[in-house]
Ligand binder design. Structure first.
Ligand code: M6R
Length: 354
């Protein structure tokens, strides 16, 4: 039920803090211990490589998850688009473990991969929002995302839940990281609430910058490059503005030719290691007339920025915050263009054909 909301998508964006809190209740015990079965953890620890397989927004959350798995658990991790992996399987490591990410649990391409994985006798884990779905039933293990039903075609809270659950799992697999994840995630839930309370800011930016645009760019480096893909997908999907997400440093190897007077370039700037370089890339686009907008953290903000400032956060978890303004920008661009936000043309919520 949409309640007072005009569209499910905005309701689901607003539910993201609750989705994280529900996950904290489910996966953390009273003394901060993580409640994920030892068998799953032991099977993953025994693997020499994790393969994350997913489609669309779930694939984008996998890109973030892979960074977290590698950094916290030290297990090499690859991420693959399921429709490619199913038919062009890369050379596998000797002892792989597969993680399937899927909001619906019904994506046909991912199921095709899971069937191959099962035939080969490899172990797998599905993280899905729909218990008892096909991917839930057919994997060795399954963990629920707890995000509650997601009705809008554009996936929002499932992405947040997938990144959160991958972080919890990576944390459980590691014994050497110096971070109180439960506390950090609680703070992130509060921070997301503050961002969604700033809706009016994003409505204005969408109307000025994106509603009149023919095309738009999201740029960033590292985890920000991954979020730029998700941000661009969301914008394309519901507002039909042609959008590209791009590793900021790659721009000058061709794509910079597309920047002209007034082209919106939204830079994600949450990674301290590369912030200076991204600043340089923003300047390169501005010199070609781009209309630049930054989504950055407090520590990396500079006077004179046109943009939105997020609270400071662990850089690996920054995508949980930085994606939210991009969801709201996509929402208000679609709304401003008079489109049916929840039902973009040509798309289905669950893609059950290959
Ligand atoms: O149900 P799944 O997570 O497996 O679906 C994967 C994609 O079809 C899905 O994320 C799609 O990209 C969304 N509509 C994007 O908002």
């Amino acid at each position: 039920d949409k309640g007072t909301y005009e569209y499910y998508m905005l309701k689901e964006i607003d539910e993201q803090p609750v989705a994280i809190r529900r996950m904290l209740d489910k996966y953390f015990g009273d003394t901060g211990e993580i409640l994920i079965g030892d068998q799953i953890l032991n099977d993953i620890k025994a693997a020499d490589r994790i393969y994350i397989v997913a489609a669309g927004t779930s694939y984008h959350s996998g890109l973030i998850g892979a960074r977290i798995f590698e950094s916290w658990s030290g297990i090499p991790t690859e991420v693959h688009v399921s429709s490619e992996f199913a038919y062009e399987q890369p050379l596998l490591s000797e002892n792989p473990f597969f993680i399937f990410l899927s909001q619906s649990g019904e994506t046909a391409d991912s199921r095709e991969v899971l069937q191959n994985v099962n035939r080969a006798g490899f172990k797998s884990l599905t993280m899905t929002n729909v218990e008892k779905s096909t991917l839930w039933r057919e994997a060795t293990y399954a963990l629920p995302l707890m995000a509650g039903p997601e009705i809008a075609v554009a996936s929002t809270k499932a992405y947040i839940a997938q990144v959160t659950l991958q972080a919890i799992l990576a944390y459980a697999l590691s014994d050497r990281i110096d971070l109180d994840l439960e506390q950090e995630l609680s703070k992130i839930a509060v921070d997301i609430q503050a961002i969604v309370d700033d809706k009016a800011v994003f409505e204005k930016v969408a109307n000025e910058l994106l509603v009149p645009a023919h095309s738009a760019f999201y740029i960033g480096r590292g985890a920000d490059a991954d979020v730029s893909l998700e941000a661009a997908l969301k914008l394309k999907e519901i507002s039909y503005v042609q959008a590209e997400g791009f590793p900021a440093g790659e721009l000058k190897h061709g794509t910079l030719a597309l920047i002209e007077d007034g082209t919106p370039v939204i830079a994600l700037l949450t990674q301290p290691k590369t912030a200076g370089l991204v600043r340089g890339n923003i300047a390169e686009t501005q010199a070609r007339g781009a209309n630049a907008y930054t989504i950055t953290t407090k520590a990396l903000a500079e006077p004179g920025d046109t943009g939105y400032v997020l609270p400071d956060v662990d850089p690996l978890l920054a995508p949980l915050l930085s994606v939210v303004p991009t969801q709201l920008l996509a929402y208000y661009t679609s709304l401003g263009r008079g489109l049916d936000v929840d039902h973009p043309r040509n798309l289905a919520k669950s893609v059950t054909v290959q």
